[in-house]
Write a protein of this length. Structure first.
Lengths: 158, 87
C-alpha cells in the first residue's frame, strides 16, 4: 500500500521522479530519462482529463465547472505531441528544437497558472488521489523537469 | 497468483479505487525500463503518443456531448478565463 501511494505521489512530483526510474541493467541514459518522464507527463495529463470527467459524472462539479479543466488537458495534449516529436530525435535535437520546447513549456505553464487562479479546483481526482489543482501543478513541474533534462544534452543559445 | 496476492490487490483497489490502481499500474510500467536503450525510448515515445491521442479523443467527445465547443489549441492566457462557449 505504502509503495503504491509512494509511486503515485513521487511520480507526480518534480524532484523525486529521477529516483523512480529503474532499469534492468546499466545506467539510465539522458534520453531514456527525458522520454520516460515525458511519457509520465502524458499519462498524468490523461489522468487529469479522466478524473475531471469522473468528478463531473459524480456531480461534485457541474459540466460548466469542469469544462475549463477538460479543455486544458486537450490543449496540453496537443502541445505535448509537439514536444514528444522533438524528443524523438534523441541526441540529434538542435538549439532551435530546445528553444521550441522551451516556448511550449512556457505556454503550457502560463495556461496552467491561469486555470488554477480562475476557479476552485480543490476537488480530489479519483485517479491520482490528489486535488485537481495539485495535478495541474504536477503537470507544470514535470514540464520544467522535462525541459531541464532535455537541456542536459541539447545544444542551446540561438 | 496466490490467494494472499489477490487479497492484497483487492485491498489496494478498495483503498485507492480502480481508477487510482489503473494509473499506478501504468506508471509502474513506464518507470521500469528494460536493458535495451532504443527499445526503452521507442516504448516511451509510443506511450506518450498513445496517451495524448486518447486525451484529445476524450476531450473532443466530452466537449461535444456536453454542448461545449471542442478547442484543443491554447488561447492566449487571460485573467478570469472561463469555459468555452456552448456550441
Amino acid at each position: 500500500m505504502k509503495k503504491v501511494i509512494t509511486i503515485l505521489v513521487l511520480s507526480l512530483s518534480m524532484a523525486a521522479t529521477p529516483a523512480c526510474i529503474h532499469k534492468a541493467s546499466g545506467p539510465v541514459t539522458p534520453v531514456e530519462r527525458v522520454t520516460t518522464d515525458n511519457a509520465v507527463f502524458a499519462q498524468l495529463n490523461n489522468s487529469v482529463e479522466q478524473g475531471a470527467e469522473a468528478v463531473s459524472i459524480s456531480g461534485l462539479l457541474t459540466p460548466a465547472q469542469v469544462a475549463p479543466v477538460i479543455a486544458f488537458t486537450g490543449q496540453v495534449a496537443t502541445v505535448h505531441e509537439q514536444i514528444t516529436s522533438i524528443l524523438n530525435k534523441g541526441t540529434a535535437v538542435t538549439a532551435s528544437d530546445y528553444a521550441t520546447v522551451q516556448a511550449l513549456v512556457a505556454q503550457l505553464q502560463s495556461s496552467a497558472s491561469t486555470l488554477v487562479a480562475s476557479g476552485s479546483l480543490g476537488i480530489k481526482n479519483p485517479k491520482t488521489q490528489q486535488t485537481i489543482e495539485a495535478d495541474i501543478q504536477s503537470l507544470s513541474n514535470l514540464a520544467s523537469l522535462i525541459l531541464s533534462e532535455l537541456g542536459a544534452y541539447a545544444p542551446k543559445g540561438l | 497468483m496466490t490467494p494472499a496476492m489477490i487479497a492484497a490487490i483487492a485491498s489496494l483497489i478498495a483503498t485507492i479505487g480502480p481508477l487510482g490502481f489503473e494509473l499506478f499500474t501504468k506508471l509502474e510500467s513506464l518507470l521500469n525500463l528494460g536493458s535495451d536503450e532504443k527499445a526503452n525510448i521507442a516504448n516511451a515515445i509510443a506511450a506518450s503518443n498513445t496517451a495524448d491521442a486518447d486525451t484529445i479523443g476524450h476531450v473532443t467527445a466530452w466537449m461535444t456531448a456536453n454542448g461545449f465547443k471542442a478547442q484543443v489549441t491554447f488561447v492566449q492566457a487571460t485573467a478570469g478565463a472561463t469555459a468555452p462557449p456552448a456550441a
